[in-house]
Design a protein around this ligand. Structure first.
Ligand SMILES: [Zn+2]
Length: 391
């Protein structure tokens, strides 16, 4: 038995309530119709309430998140995992489906749309790699984030396990923490969000893992995205009780809130970045921006100087000096517009810079993209006219 979404939600729900049929029967009938978009189920009995009590969870706050303001202006690409996996072949192999037939793709989408709404309300810019049940390749997803120049990439997934008991959250970043420190910052805060607001019973603290543990080259979607990113495996849809919860939009909202809370806390510690100016007299001036929004000590950049590292084409480079957040880099003779420049540093709250490594031609202001001018002496500044004495 299957219902068209919408008709099911309103008219039949009313009819069922009138007839006094148990809601659980409704939930069992909503799965698996090919082409259905996000067949959300209403709250089933008091499963969500019982779950919250068992896990010691508080109701979600109704007031705005106190740290949401720090997300204003940040460009976040949300990638709802999978999609478009409907049809006989997917049905036959039970592809990414829970024991009652709920598809991971629809859970990911519902959660991602709720997260997108929270982020937009907070003033962040959001790009979704899909906002319907379409199929998008991993390369396309990363490419969308790259083209849009997202600050942060977040892939939203739910997990499958070989046994029905398995149910825990995990947060994945690409490569090593020293190569991708900003991804690790994000992973830490977002894992904290899931631990606080979802608190799965197998291990209520969410673990943080490198994608090298899963594949030699890591996850394609994280590897190909040029900005800091994480992939969240929020919980297991192969756990029957969890699957039932994941059909409830109120539970998806809780997962979305957990991810949002993590992003708020990450942004509240400041989002450091850097910006290059035109090279002059063989030197490249670069502004290190601490990204910290308020608090004490803001009269000068809050940079942890001991963390500053510069890599040119992946090689450590030492000819630079830093003064009050202004970095002066002595350009080596063999530098070209294709030289990849990577500047790493942390702000005082220990958040790492999110500006990705990139060729010099992409860092410089337009008029500076002419190596011939790089060694020119600085233009003499015209002396300020001296004030005439009063009188
Ligand atoms: Zn997945």
């Amino acid at each position: 038995m299957s219902f068209h979404r919408g008709v099911f939600n309103v008219r039949l729900l009313r009819l069922y309530l009138l007839l006094g049929l148990p809601l659980i029967a409704l939930a069992c009938s909503t799965s698996g119709k090919p082409g259905d978009l996000a067949p959300a189920a209403p709250v089933v009995g008091n499963l969500l309430g019982e779950t919250m009590r068992d896990r010691g969870l508080m109701p979600l706050p109704t007031r705005p998140h106190p740290r949401a303001k720090f997300l204003r202006g940040i460009k976040i690409c949300i990638d709802p995992g999978h999609g478009g996996d409907v049809g006989p072949e997917f049905e036959r192999t039970n592809y990414k489906r829970g024991p009652a037939g709920t598809r991971e793709a629809e859970i990911n989408l519902r959660t991602s749309l709720q997260l997108a709404a929270l982020l937009r309300e907070a003033g962040a810019s959001v790009l979704l790699t899909r906002d319907d049940d379409s199929s998008v390749s991993l390369a396309q997803r990363a490419e969308m984030a790259n083209r849009w120049k997202a600050d942060v990439f977040l892939s939203v997934h739910h997990n499958a396990g070989p046994t029905p008991e398995a149910n825990f959250s995990s947060m994945w970043y690409h490569g090593t923490g020293s190569e991708h420190p900003a991804s690790l910052d994000l992973a830490r805060e977002m894992a904290g969000g899931l631990s606080r607001h979802v608190a799965l019973p197998n291990a209520n603290a969410c673990g943080i893992y490198s994608d090298y543990l899963m594949y030699k080259e890591g996850f394609a979607v994280l590897r190909e995205a040029h900005m800091p990113g994480v992939l969240a495996e929020c919980s297991f849809f192969t756990n029957p009780r969890e699957e039932e919860l994941l059909r409830d939009p109120d539970y998806n909202a809780r997962v979305a809130w957990a991810l949002f809370d993590g992003l708020c806390n990450w942004a509240a510690a400041g989002v450091p970045s850097w910006r290059a100016s035109s090279p002059m007299a063989g030197r490249l001036p670069i502004r290190l921006i601490d990204g910290m929004n308020e608090g004490w000590g803001s009269d000068e950049p809050r940079i942890r100087e001991e963390t500053v590292r510069i890599l040119l084409n992946g090689e450590e480079f030492g000819a630079w000096e830093l003064h009050r957040g202004e970095l002066l880099l002595a350009l080596p003779e063999d530098v070209t517009l294709d030289t990849v420049i990577d500047i790493r540093f942390e702000n005082r709250a220990k958040n790492a810079s999110i500006t990705p490594a990139r060729p010099l031609r992409e860092c410089l202001p337009g008029r500076a993209v002419s190596p011939a001018s790089w060694n020119a002496a600085p233009r003499a500044t015209r002396p300020e006219p001296t004030d005439r004495p009063p009188g």
